[in-house]
Write a protein that binds this ligand. Structure first.
Ligand SMILES: [Fe+2]
Length: 281
């Protein structure tokens, strides 16, 4: 076990969503986030100044992959040694978005996650939309403990907060890869699936600006505004045209290295201290 001494620092660089109509989904995200939208490896790619979104044919609301940008090749060398049994060959998308040398792995639930040096994005996009930085992705799992053990011990993420039920079972776990509270999280769900992905806004005025931007496009806020307990962030959620949950967040907690892991009770006010919560199980 290498968990406590290993820390994989990185940031979420892209998510790849499956869709019955990947072009429609790409054009939705490209327009709403002011990103350049074009055909790319295995489907469609939206490029922004700091992150990318990718879309390929598949069932709606599926996570085909996610990629984290790391600082240098030494991080990748360490990960390659720790995660050797889980490594899989790189896809055309990973080769397109990352510099050579990226690693891709399958976690114990079958999620495909890649780590690499970020390739060129674009500086031309984003001018028409308020800032929104791709920040985290969350998966649902029937076996949270197994998945969290993999991401802490093998990948090298750090645990920020646990949500536990009254029997001691873990219902959610928030994991970080830099000083932001989480860049990845796992919720206990009846089946393994994508839960949501999230964009961080510069401050809470962004909730107002994005609420207005969504309203102008007829996109309804489905949940929020509210405030999460773990992470202490303000949030709103909306659905994309496929029904994916998309979160916009502000003021996510910045975590000091010495902060102990938080333990939260599995109840509505943990997930939303302002009101009703969307409990996954
Ligand atoms: Fe989230």
């Amino acid at each position: 076990m290498t968990g406590q001494s290993t820390y994989l620092r990185g940031r979420l660089f892209y998510v790849q969503l499956g869709s019955p109509d990947p072009e429609r989904l790409a054009r939705f995200y490209g327009e709403i986030f002011g990103m350049t939208t074009q055909r790319g490896a295995d489907g469609w790619i939206c490029r922004g100044p700091r992150h990318c979104l990718a879309f390929a044919s598949g069932p709606a609301c599926t996570l085909l992959g996610a990629g984290y940008a790391v600082a240098d090749v030494r991080v990748l060398e360490g990960l390659a040694a720790r995660a050797a049994p889980n490594l899989v060959g790189a896809t055309a998308l990973e080769a397109e978005l990352f510099a050579p040398g990226a690693l891709a792995l399958r976690d114990p639930d079958g999620n495909r996650i890649a780590y690499g040096i970020a390739g060129a994005t674009t500086s031309a996009a984003g001018a028409a939309a308020p800032p929104a930085r791709l920040q985290h992705v969350v998966v649902g799992s029937t076996d949270v403990a197994r998945l969290v053990a993999f991401y802490t011990d093998t990948v090298g993420l750090r645990k920020s907060d646990d949500v536990r039920d009254d029997e001691g079972g873990t219902r959610a776990c928030f994991l970080r890869s830099d000083d932001e509270h989480h860049s990845f999280a796992v919720f206990r769900t009846p089946r393994n699936r994508l839960d949501h992905h999230c964009y961080e806004l510069p401050d809470w005025n962004g909730i107002r600006d994005w609420g207005d931007r969504l309203a102008a496009r007829g996109v309804t806020i489905q949940w929020g505004p509210g405030r999460h307990g773990p992470g202490n962030n303000l949030f709103i959620f909306f659905h994309d045209p496929d029904g994916n949950w998309v979160e916009l967040s502000a003021e996510l907690e910045v975590v000091s290295p010495a902060r102990p892991v938080g333990i939260w009770r599995h109840e509505e006010r943990t997930l939303n201290s302002w009101g009703r919560a969307h409990l996954r199980s």
